[in-house]
Design a binder for this molecule. Structure first.
Ligand code: F3S
Length: 395
């Protein structure tokens, strides 16, 4: 790789061991993917935050980096942790887990990374512009940043995003290059999609088929889609496949389809099929979870509206709306939290249904309206899953 003088200094260890180790990771990646050089990035979003997913080995790695003097060079943000840092006791998170989780967060803070703990940084002020190079690692945020915002990021792993944050650069390959921002798989949508869960179901179905290709959707009316639906679509495709970039004709800032492409049609039949596959049970859930990816203020408003419309005084089971802490504060200011809490629901910040230790907390049946959550709740949290629209699952 052609490194600048400064990058070479980093690699040679002139700027300390943590920088050297990070540059080694980036150079190794660059070589694997034949990158010619590094490019500066404007932000990093770092996954590998929940103690449930990184365990002791991950915690020790982070503490080691702190000891070596690691500090980030650019604005850097964290993915969800394994618990709400303010109400973990109230939510019955096991104490041993909480203690370890706090240590993980302390290590990231010591490196200068902001404890935003959200998979939707773009909903709380971190909005890269079209063409901006970034290094994000949460798969749903990668899909959103590339596709909806037109920014440029690969699907980073936690360690490579951290390395990029420490060095301020990332190897220029993959989605950073124009030639890879092209679709060779068209999805023609021939049915009406109403809710976020419809988009999540379509994403679940399409992701399984396209795997890591870049799907391009045609047939979706601009007036029918919004950022919540696009975030649901991208998250589901990133989970059931490993989609990092998609296009929607007339909606996303880019729409490039190669002449030679495969094509599938998505109809009412495929929608039904996907929903049936995602719902592994129709039993009464013990927990309803909303907010995968983290709920926007509009989604929280919808939940509050449903509670009022259905005149629910006491929900039949627990309800968590997982969201970013800043969005939660907004919901409190607007009086939405009060409506939801009066019915027994909770706004849960910093974490989500998948990365918190649900299975250790006694839950076995969980409802969701998210394609991504439906993909992971059975495998990562040992849950039977009820899947449906907000109106269907909130009662
Ligand atoms: Fe976010 Fe957790 Fe879903 S990290 S995308 S809410 S699985």
């Amino acid at each position: 790789m052609n490194l600048t003088k400064q990058e070479q200094k980093m690699l040679d260890g002139e700027l300390g061991e943590a920088v050297q180790q990070s540059m080694e990771i980036l150079v190794a990646l660059g070589k694997i993917y034949s990158a010619e050089k590094m490019i500066p990035i404007t932000s990093a979003q770092i996954a590998g935050v929940s103690y449930k997913t990184i365990g002791n080995a991950g915690l020790e790695y982070l503490q080691e980096m702190v000891k070596k003097g690691a500090k980030v060079k650019i604005p850097s943000f964290l993915n969800p942790a394994g618990m709400d840092v303010e109400q973990w006791k109230e939510l019955h998170i096991p104490e041993n887990f909480a203690k370890k989780q706090i240590k993980v967060l302390e290590a990231y803070s010591a490196m200068g990374i902001r404890n935003t703990c959200t998979c939707t940084p773009y909903l709380v002020g971190v909005v890269p512009k079209k063409g901006e190079h970034i290094a994000w690692s949460e798969s749903s945020a990668v899909a959103y940043a590339n596709s909806v915002l037109g920014a440029r990021t690969n699907r980073e792993g936690g360690p490579s995003a951290l390395a990029a944050a420490i060095c301020g650069v990332t190897p220029k390959y993959g989605f950073h290059l124009d030639k890879n921002r092209v679709s060779d798989f068209v999805v023609e949508v021939k049915c009406d999609l109403h809710s976020e869960s419809d988009y999540g179901a379509m994403g679940y179905y399409v992701g399984e088929i396209v795997k890591n290709k870049n799907p391009a959707f045609i047939g979706i009316e601009k007036s029918n889609v919004n950022s919540d639906k696009l975030k649901a679509l991208g998250a589901a495709m990133a989970a059931s496949g490993s989609v990092g970039l998609f296009f929607v004709k007339g909606v996303t800032p880019e729409f490039n389809v190669s002449e030679k492409h495969e094509k599938i049609v998505f109809t009412e039949k495929e929608l039904r099929h996907a929903k049936e596959k995602m719902a592994t049970t129709n039993e009464q859930p013990q927990l309803i979870t909303i907010g995968c990816p983290h709920a926007s203020i509009d989604e929280i408003q919808k939940v509050a509206d449903i509670i009022q419309m259905k005149q629910i005084h006491k929900l039949k089971c627990q309800l968590w709306i997982c969201t970013a802490r800043d969005t939660k504060k907004k919901a409190e200011k607007l009086g939405l939290a009060k409506i939801i809490e009066a019915a027994g629901g909770k706004l849960v910040a910093d974490t989500c249904m998948v990365v918190c230790p649900l299975e250790q907390m006694g839950f076995t049946i969980t409802a969701c309206n998210s394609g991504k959550a439906a993909k992971y709740l059975p495998s990562l949290c040992k849950q039977k899953t009820v899947f449906g629209d907000l109106e269907e699952i909130i009662h």
